[in-house]
Design a protein around this ligand. Structure first.
Ligand code: GDP
Length: 304
């Protein structure tokens, strides 16, 4: 029910736009498909993914010769759930520490302002709640505020944080964090990293150095690289996904701020275009406002 509330705007918007797109029509024809295309694009599904969805619906129309607009919702739901499933988006239903690594090392990347720190805090809270020993590493050393904000979350969740001064070497912070985590016998390590995209080469070098140095402590770390994207920024989120996937190997996605936007479609497009599973969604500023992304709930809330 939180998800329904969180995604209310996406839902109203998508569903009402969809209803208008088929108004007065009983059969799915070219007009309806054109309208549907516009609805998907304006819901930030992205052009490529939109065309893919339209194509699949055209195939269904061709195969069955006739498709009533009343059946369109059902088919659209199916196709969207299928698309998400193709990239393993929304497979999990609970916050579980993936794999059997101890400590499990999660490196978090994303541009400043997207909700990276908040997502780390919320995630740490969920892992701690499930009985795990969690440690944070403040390897975004470029801004003092980033370190302070992460400290606030560490206090709130009541977990240790490893940090150094602003301007210190991010790789050194990551190294220290992993060392401490091993000493403390921690279950989960979450490493915050720099959020600057304007210098791509620097970003790429910094992230690979952080990884390389972490591997001196734990050879297969990081076990996951989570990219945080702001779901309310539409095309910007796509662009950031493009840049970050070039800079480093991203293994999962968190899409934030889906409570305050009519643009939830970004989840569908990003999952499809980057072939990376969407694992978490942010639906508010509070500590509990992070959800494990569930494709069925998501699709339901889109169409209800
Ligand atoms: P960072 O710079 O990427 O670390 O961003 P922060 O974590 O500091 O978040 C930036 C702002 O976005 C803060 O005011 C957060 O409270 C807010 N925020 C983060 N996630 C969400 C979300 O899911 N929903 C809403 N409404 N606000 C969020």
């Amino acid at each position: 029910e939180t998800l329904d509330k969180g995604l209310e705007k996406s839902k109203d918007s998508f569903f009402s736009k969809l209803s208008k797109a088929v108004a007065g029509k009983s059969k799915v024809d070219d007009d309806v498909l054109d309208n549907l295309e516009e609805v998907l694009v304006t819901s930030d599904v992205g052009v490529e993914t939109t065309l893919k969805i339209i194509e699949r619906i055209e195939e269904r129309v061709a195969k069955d010769k006739y498709l009533g607009t009343s059946e369109l919702n059902v088919i659209l739901r199916e196709e969207i759930a299928n698309l998400l499933a193709e990239n393993n988006s929304g497979e999990e239903t609970e916050f579980v520490v993936p794999g059997n690594k101890k400590p499990y090392v999660l490196m978090v990347v994303g541009v400043n302002g997207v909700g990276k720190t908040t997502t780390i805090g919320k995630l740490a809270y969920q892992f701690k709640k499930s009985g795990k020993k969690v440690v944070l590493g403040a390897a975004d050393t470029f801004r003092a505020a980033a370190i302070d904000q992460l400290q606030i979350w560490a206090d709130r969740v009541d977990i240790p944080i490893v940090k150094q001064q602003m301007g210190s070497d991010p790789a050194s912070v990551a190294f220290d964090t992993l060392k401490s985590a091993v000493t403390m016998d921690a279950d989960v390590v979450i490493i915050d990293t720099a959020g600057r995209l304007h210098n791509k080469v620097n970003l790429m070098n910094e992230l690979s150095k952080v990884k390389r140095v972490m591997q001196k402590v734990i050879p297969d770390a990081p076990h996951d690289v989570l990219l945080v994207l702001d779901g309310s920024t539409g095309q910007n989120a796509f662009e950031q996904a493009k840049q970050f996937t070039k800079a480093t190997e991203v293994t999962s996605l968190a899409v934030t701020k889906l409570d305050g936007t009519a643009k939830g479609g970004v989840v569908i497009g990003i999952s499809d275009q980057f072939k990376i599973p969407v694992r978490y969604i942010g639906v508010g500023e509070g500590i509990e406002d992070l959800q494990v992304f569930n494709k069925f709930e998501f699709v339901d809330s889109f169409f209800k």
